[in-house]
Design a protein around this ligand. Structure first.
Ligand code: ZN
Ligand code: ZN
Length: 295
């Protein structure tokens, strides 16, 4: 028991020190400044090449979504997720040891060329995430959490990281095992993380792009806006365009849908008129909804 307690304490102080170090030491391998830099670049693109010209630069919920960005990237790790995931990993490893499993790695890709390792990580992790995203739409209690991402009414780059912290737990725990089996630590591979953050920002940005023929590989603003459509087509009532970084899964599995320009479509979900508008109420929403149902 003491071991877990030590992990919890170490996680809090470790993450605190890491964050202070990030903020006080700008460098090329620094997430904090990359997140700020990428956000400014994509915002600049929105300013220079706006798709919805009437949308204000400080659109509705701009600051709220900006807060979500830092909350989900750093603050949530600081106040709990880092400790929780470290304990989770240790518990999981202890459980495996009970069964005599000490090494999870099934496919050793450490000897492959660097670019191939990065590409493999990107493709495998993205496919897992595409499936998790579909589950978020399909499974009712998960959808209650995912509604937060879909409650955005005017979209821009910062909406990318507008999501409930529960999603971090769902995504990370589901992808942990398969990635560990091919010898990846989830914290590795800085470049992939930065690249996927950039694509995610662009997917939500107010720009009229789809990267030409590359649209069949990479998710893009013209495609992802349809994922946020309030009115879904009859044949896809759970959702469409589930792609995170790659769009190829939607084309392969028949969930792609870009019937026309989505520039002015209504965003949201059915019943979003009652959805709360403040951070605290949004975070508590899935619980308060449950409570209402039980009463
Ligand atoms: Zn979604
Ligand atoms: Zn989105």
């Amino acid at each position: 028991m003491e071991k877990y307690w030590n992990i919890i304490q170490g996680s809090f102080s470790g993450y605190w020190n890491y964050l202070i170090n990030e903020i006080s030491h700008p460098a090329f391998n620094n997430y904090f400044y990359w997140l700020i830099g990428l956000s400014l670049i994509v915002w600049l693109l929105e300013i220079v090449f706006p798709w919805r010209k009437k949308q204000s630069l400080i659109r509705k919920d701009f600051w709220l979504d900006g807060f979500y960005m830092f909350f989900n990237f750093f603050i949530f790790s600081l106040i709990g997720f880092n400790a929780l995931s470290n304990v989770g990993v240790e518990l999981f490893n202890d459980m495996l040891r009970q069964f005599g499993i000490t090494n999870l790695v099934a496919l050793e890709i450490g000897s492959w060329p660097g670019w191939l390792q990065l590409l493999t990580l990107l493709v495998i992790a993205d496919f897992i995430q595409w499936n998790v995203h579909r589950m978020l739409h399909r499974i009712p209690w998960l959808w209650e959490f995912h509604k937060l991402h879909h409650s955005v009414k005017e979209i821009g780059f910062a909406a990318h990281l507008r999501f409930h912290w529960m999603e971090s737990i769902v995504y990370k725990s589901i992808q942990y095992l398969p990635l560990a089996m091919i010898g990846f630590g989830i914290k590795d591979f800085f470049i992939v993380h930065i690249f996927t953050t950039l694509i995610g920002h662009l997917n939500h940005a107010n720009v009229n792009w789809n990267y030409g023929p590359l649209k069949y590989i990479f998710n893009n603003p013209k495609m992802h806006i349809w994922h946020h459509a309030k009115n879904l087509p009859q044949e896809h009532l759970y959702g469409i365009n589930y792609g995170i970084t790659l769009s190829v899964w939607d084309y392969l599995f028949g969930t792609s849908y870009v019937p026309k320009s989505g520039r002015d479509i209504k965003l949201g979900f059915m019943g979003d008129e009652q959805y709360p508008t403040s951070f605290v109420k949004q975070i508590l929403y899935p619980l308060s909804k449950k409570k209402k149902e039980l009463n």
